[in-house]
Design a protein around this ligand. Structure first.
Ligand SMILES: Nc1ncnc2c1ncn2[C@@H]1O[C@H](COP(=O)(O)OP(=O)(O)OP(=O)(O)O)[C@@H](O)[C@H]1O
Length: 280
């Protein structure tokens, strides 16, 4: 039985994140219903589903950012038993359209990611500065280090926010719409960076609207109307069928070369005949 002084790292076999009977109300309305979920360590899980399905709410619930019924555990420890500083080092969070102060420089914004590692009022160490330099260079924003965020484009700013999350060097990383404003080359770059991150042992959970990118994850969680419709590996045909179904068959999932990708189904509504519905 865990006690208050346990650190998440002591629970080596526990999932990265788990939710048991998690329900959330927003504005007095139920938004998530009795969610059961276990996300294994060292894997990349993408959460997808239609607009308003509850994806961001689920991610916030997993990040401990919302009042909820039920229990969320981080590396096997109930959230409220993990000391705040330990939690900040263990889990890094990128919110949707996250805004830092416009007059902060890109460098100082990324340095915020090092705060959980610094003592109160201490200045940044040489190691902190080196880590910030590395993540800014790998996200191609080092050249903006002295510019304020107000002077950056939407995509440049998003890459600064991504660098801030990576500067935490947390073993669990949650990202809500990380590709917002990124052009295709930077989306591909993000995909390769995330693959390398997960390869290094990090557990990654991302909410994505880009279904073709989401399909490159290890696992998919498909959410609809506040409930989990399907959880499965992306390489499982049942998962790909569930993706088409949750989007009302308005997309097809097709293999192109080595990758599975989503393409629009251009048949007028109601005129698509599916293999399992064809007349015998
Ligand atoms: N603060 C709030 N008060 C009341 N209802 C809310 C609030 N925030 C979100 N909702 C509602 O909760 C539901 C789920 O919202 P959520 O943002 O989790 O959906 P989502 O799946 O992330 O959607 P999208 O794909 O559009 O980003 C929606 O119906 C939304 O209108």
């Amino acid at each position: 039985m865990a006690n208050r002084t346990d650190t998440p790292s002591q629970h080596s076999l526990a999932p990265a994140l788990s939710a048991a009977g998690v329900s959330v109300q927003l504005g007095g309305q139920p938004v998530l219903h009795e969610v059961q979920l276990q996300l294994q360590r060292g894997r990349w899980t993408s959460i997808i589903g239609p607009n308003g399905a509850g994806k961001s709410t689920l991610l916030k619930a997993l990040a401990g950012l919302l009042p909820l019924q039920g229990q969320v555990e981080l590396l096997g420890q109930p959230f409220d038993k993990v000391p705040a500083r330990e939690r900040a080092k263990t889990m890094a969070w990128l919110g949707q359209s996250e805004r830092a102060l416009d007059d902060m420089t890109a460098f100082d914004t990324v340095m915020l990611g090092r705060m959980p590692h610094q003592n109160w009022l201490a200045t940044a160490s040489g190691q902190d500065i080196e880590i910030v330099r590395q993540v800014m260079q790998s996200n191609h924003v080092w050249q903006f280090k002295d510019r304020s965020l107000a002077e950056l484009s939407g995509g440049e700013r998003q890459r600064v926010m991504l660098a801030r999350v990576l500067a935490v060097q947390a073993p669990v990383v949650l990202m809500d719409e990380p590709l917002a404003n990124l052009d295709p080359p930077h989306q591909t770059e993000w995909l390769l960076d995330m693959r390398a991150l997960v390869q290094s042992g990090v557990s990654l959970v991302s909410v994505l609207h880009e279904v073709s990118i989401a399909l490159q994850a290890d696992d998919l969680v498909i959410v609809d109307k506040g409930r989990i419709k399907h959880i499965g590996a992306c390489n499982d045909p049942a998962t790909r069928a569930a993706v088409e179904a949750v989007f009302e068959h308005r997309i097809h999932v097709r293999q192109v070369g080595q990758v599975w990708t989503a393409v629009p189904n251009l048949q007028p509504l109601g005129q698509t005949v599916y293999a399992d519905q064809a007349p015998q």
